[in-house]
Design a binder for this molecule. Sequence first.
Ligand code: NAD
Ligand code: UGA
Length: 432
Amino acid sequence: MKQICVVGVGYVGLVTAACFADLGNRVIALDVNEQRVENLKKGVMPIYEPGLDELVKRNVSGGRIHFTTSYAEALKDAEYAFIAVGTPSGESGEADLQYVEAAAKSIAQNMRAALIIINKSTVPIGTGDWVADIVKSAQPNPNEFAVVSCPEFLREGSAIADFMSPHRTVIGSMDKDAANKVAHLHLPLRAPIVITDLRTAEMIKYASNAFLATKISFMNELADLCELVGADVKEVAAGMGYDARIGRHFLDAGLGWGGSCFPKDVEALAFMAKEKGLNPRILNDVMDVNNDRRKDAVKNVTKMLGGEIKGKTIGLLGLAFKPNTDDMRYAPSIDISAALVRAGANVRVYDPVAMEVARPLLSAEVTMFKDPYDLAKDCDALMIITEWNEFKQLDLEKVKGLLKTPVIYDGRNIYDPKVMKEVGFTYRAVGR
Ligand code: NAD
Ligand code: UGA
């Protein structure tokens, strides 16, 4: 049993805290957001993540996890402090490190004994050294400490399984002893452990996200060509994916990548390259291809409706940036609904879990529906924006009967074009 402090109880921090507690450690999870901490004490989760509610509650009742807003309390007996605060995009695309800086200062001011500080947030290369400088100069009394990078690779929607069974654990530090201790903490996960220097570990995280985003943009570019030459991008992906050198994952064409990480991380990596005098050509194109997906979806549905969407009613199924989360950060639904409203369409939306989070991010003119069938009634077209399971087996005959015109733009390729034709839809998917 180790004593662990986790700073920041968002998607990564709360999952990290709950999973380490579940592995038998004593965890104190801290956040500066008092409301979040109060709610967590009452058992109310700040985010929607499958399985998290039960995991947190079980470990709270087992006495292995506590929540606080006090750094002094959180660090009192801590041997490890994970920093899991946000690193959003700054004004020029750089990672905004203000939360990491604040967390590092607070840790320095409140640590009372030797501590291993672990950066779990995704941070620019060199941040570990910078955090070490901050801690060194902000400590009232010098205590021994080491800074270790241990980037997180979980995905929202499957965060607990990803945390508990990672493909690898990456640990970067200039302090071998600290790196080994952090490795020991991760042994129960039984994943390959890659120990590197600090900067290399920080780069592995950016490189991994940027590479996955590149795979998706590549397939999206290919999807446009597939449409023009009569190939099916879904089958192309399947055919490519059997080659172990390529792999089947992250080859799904559609509306492109959104979320809290790929957009900001690809941009931040490009920013770092530019800052060093390089021209990140691939990363720039990967971002351009992705940004065009949202505009193209609006163009395509407009075409399907005869070139004019002013006064037409368009229903969006799905708002979250991906299924099984309520995260709306950089979700395609935000840009797509805004473009449709600007063009004069009446926009309706439905999402199984993200409606509350989405409301302030959407135009006031967007109408929310609590059920996909109610939403479909009298719509001129439906657009599939997020591939939630509940959309995959809708009663298509019923939907067709409810729509004013049977038009579906499937931005996530969840339906079989042949079946859609048979039912009588005017159907368009991506790259097929
Ligand atoms: P988040 O916005 O969900 O949560 C961040 C939390 O940190 C918030 O609750 C906030 O109140 C808290 N916080 C901010 N400043 C603080 C401070 N000084 N002290 C204590 N708490 C503070 O963020 P997230 O999505 O969990 O991402 C955190 C980091 O992990 C980012 O760097 C992100 O890139 C990285 N990451 C995220 C994911 C993901 O799926 N979301 C996956 C891997 C890595
Ligand atoms: C992603 C990475 O997969 C995680 O490894 C990483 O830890 C995380 O970012 C992070 O650093 O925050 P996440 O953003 O939760 O995880 O979700 P993904 O499943 O990777 O999807 C990202 C986006 O790509 C979504 O918008 C999704 O719809 C899109 N996507 C994904 C595609 O368009 N096609 C695909 O084949 C796969």
